[in-house]
Ligand binder design. Structure first.
Ligand code: X5A
Ligand code: ZN
Length: 684
């Protein structure tokens, strides 16, 4: 299993620039690469990456996507004077050529292919290529939107040819629609293209009808083109996450990609003059983290846009840091997608209902008439319900004052969210020390806490408990690990306990005594916790087989009942459509996952759930396991120490009954947990 992160960069790609006055193109500057690279150095991320040299893409490789006529045109710009360069540039939309453009464009292609080779050969697990010029707008016969050769589209064709891949996922989180990529793969079911983009009902560049949600692909490729058009500016962390939970991730887990290419543009981040969006740098850490759970972690991020230098470089760093498997910073801002975002999400889901089993039970109504019919009404509602700091209206080009304000904001924001990572990530305490050698070597195996220390701690919090020998014994492991997590000596840990309910209840007390505000507690199997759930300090989610009749779900106590045979089918629907949105809405400081008997979730399910939750609470997770099945401990230990989630096997669709149950829960609780929203119909 490959580990390691590649970084591909060469400063030769800074050797071209705009030579004349052109306000549309003057934001695409060499400093974009330089400042990103410098920031990687400052954060000491660069030295942790595997450096792979760039090369030129060959003509043959470029012609995987482009025509030879177009290649010749680009080639001819090498020897042109300024007047000729201006003339050729004028033949395309939002493009400038420089005598070095051709050379750099070949390096950008080659850098991208070097990255694909590094990942596919197993030299590294993932990586990033910092390239100029960007690629996603360029087309078979045309440069477009600063793009000359379509780096990512070429990479996908190359990976199919060279490695025989059958399913590649392209995630384009740049704020512009990568129409060039869409055109190349429109009829190709082996490449799933996902893009969100500023659209504003076709009023935003590139002003194309085919950027809307109803462009789903053509012919055999129907269903393999996913467009999420943003019809307002000001979209932020919660809107992006909602699009991931409710559109991209369910489809991607069903698609089961073998490789992920990210058209990694950061003009969708805060402060960008083009995008006018609000996502903060750590949002890109979370997006990256989710994608790392697919395709066995094989992910190649390739730079596209990003024009606010500080925002760009911080976001690049958050991406690389996440690829390196550092714990993620908590995502900031209120977790509630805005009405306009939810409307777009609902539209894409409806448009893709015929093609994806995960969307099979969606309401079929296409929404375009809703958009026009009641736009005013929704706008009024939006003003009432919007929790976003910035009004969602176009504000025109960001002036330099505004840009400097964002610089200052980012400076202090990054200081707030970045935290030192403990040298040992995972700690484990297991009942049978003889099993210790079965855990990954990166996991530190603990001795339980010494008896006197434990007694002092327990008696301070629970005078009765300290008298019970058996209870006390079951606590030893749990308290020893929890203590390390709370003191930030380790990031996460696993403890076996003979009485999970007793030790978890005590662990929670210990957490609040320590000063934590919110603990998310997920119980898999039958473990009864006697907890007071009114004050919101604990959010308890039960995944169990038995129907809990007397308990109806409430804000802080949610039961998901599913039978064992329904595990695989239910998993993605419940986890992506419910558990994660609720967890992100809650924003816990710590998570406790309790694994008891009579589980309806298998080892792979438990591991993948643990993987997906690691974006929360700075990855602080305590797993309490009540049985000695070493396989479970082993698998969870692997997950916690950063091994990509195990293969889930072929996709099985959820039954209608299960989907409707999740939907009902979503409707019941979306007022409280706003990340659940994926339809404006249920907007309350
Ligand atoms: C790669 C990229 C944007 C072109 C904008 C033209 N291109 N108005 O972000
Ligand atoms: Zn862009």
């Amino acid at each position: 299993m490959a580990s390691g992160t590649a970084l591909i960069y060469d400063d030769e790609m800074t050797s071209y620039k705009l030579l004349w006055d052109n306000p549309e193109c003057d934001i695409e500057v060499p400093e974009r690469l330089l400042s990103s690279y410098e920031q990687l150095k400052r954060y000491h991320l660069l030295e942790r990456c595997v450096h792979v040299p760039v090369r030129e893409g060959t003509e043959e490789e470029i012609m995987l996507v482009h025509s030879s006529e177009y290649l010749e045109v680009v080639k001819s710009t090498q020897t042109m004077n300024e007047e000729e360069l201006r003339r050729v540039s004028g033949n395309y939309d939002a493009v400038y050529f420089h005598p070095n453009t051709y050379r750099c464009a070949k390096l950008a292609v080659g850098a991208t292919l070097q990255l694909v080779d590094s990942v596919m050969s197993g030299k590294v697990c993932n990586g990033m290529a910092l390239v100029r010029p960007p690629g996603h707008h360029s087309q078979r016969n045309a440069a477009n939107g600063f793009c000359v050769f379509n780096n990512v589209a070429i990479a996908a064709q190359y990976a199919k040819r060279r490695y025989g891949l059958q399913r590649i996922l392209i995630v384009d989180w740049d704020v512009h629609h990568g129409q060039g990529i869409q055109y190349v793969f429109e009829e190709d079911p082996s490449v799933l293209y996902y893009s969100w983009h500023r659209y504003e009902h076709q009023q935003f560049w590139p002003l194309l009808r085919e950027s809307d949600y109803d462009a789903v692909g053509q012919g055999k490729g129907k269903g393999f083109n996913l467009n999420v058009p943003w019809n307002k500016v000001g979209m932020g962390n919660s809107d992006y996450l909602a699009a991931f939970f409710h559109v991209l991730l369910p489809v991607a887990f069903e698609f089961v990609p073998e490789l992920i290419l990210v058209s990694s543009g950061y003009d969708s981040g805060i402060g960008d003059p083009e995008g006018q969006m609000n996502a903060t740098p750590e949002c890109f850490a979370h997006l990256t983290h989710f994608l790392m759970q697919l395709a066995n972690g094989r992910l190649c991020a390739v730079l596209e846009g990003g024009y606010h230098l500080k925002s760009l470089s911080e976001s690049v760093c958050m991406t690389v840091k996440t690829l390196l498997r550092d714990p993620l910073p908590q995502i900031s801002g209120e977790m509630a997608p805005c009405l306009s975002a939810v409307e777009s999400i609902q539209n894409v889901r409806a448009a893709h209902k015929p093609y994806w089993k995960c969307l099979m039970y969606e309401e079929a109504t296409p929404l375009h008439n809703l958009v026009t019919k009641s736009k005013q009404m929704m706008e009024a509602e939006l003003i009432q319900t919007s929790t976003h700091p910035t009004a969602k209206q176009a504000v025109g080009k960001t002036n330099s004052d505004e840009a400097i304000k964002i610089d200052r904001f980012l400076e202090s924001h990054m200081k707030k969210i970045l935290f030192p990572v403990p040298p040992v990530k995972t700690s484990a305490a297991i009942v049978s020390k003889a099993d210790a050698h079965l855990l990954p070597i990166s996991v530190q195996v603990e001795m339980e806490m010494n008896a006197q220390e434990l007694k002092t701690l327990v008696s301070a919090l629970d005078a009765e408990l300290v008298k019970e020998e058996r209870a006390l014994l079951s606590l030893q492991n749990v308290v020893a690990i929890l203590d390390k997590i709370l003191k930030k000596k380790v990031c996460n840990g696993i403890a076996e306990s003979s009485l999970a309910s007793v030790s978890t209840t005590f662990a929670l007390k210990h957490c609040f005594d320590f000063g934590l505000q919110r603990v998310l507690c997920i119980v898999v199997g039958d473990v009864d916790l006697e907890l007071d759930l009114d004050d919101g300090k604990i959010l308890l989610m039960n995944i169990c087989q038995k129907q809990q009749t007397e308990k109806t779900n409430s804000k802080y106590h949610i039961s998901l009942n599913w039978r064992e045979d329904a595990e695989r089918n239910n998993f993605f629907c419940a986890v992506l459509g419910f558990i994660l949105p609720v967890a992100y809405s809650y924003q816990p400081d710590l998570m406790i996952i309790v694994i008891g008997p009579n589980r309806s979730l298998g080892i792979n399910g438990i591991s993948l759930l643990t993987c997906l939750l690691q974006g929360l609470a700075e990855s602080r997770i305590l797993v309490v396991i009540q049985d000695t099945e070493i396989k479970v401990v082993q698998s969870v230990a692997k997950t916690l120490s950063g091994v990509p989630a195990p293969d889930f096997g072929a996709y099985a669709p959820a039954s209608q009954e299960n989907v409707l149950e999740i939907k009902r829960l979503r409707n019941q609780l979306q007022q409280e947990w706003k990340m659940l929203r994926c339809s404006v119909r249920d907007w309350i």
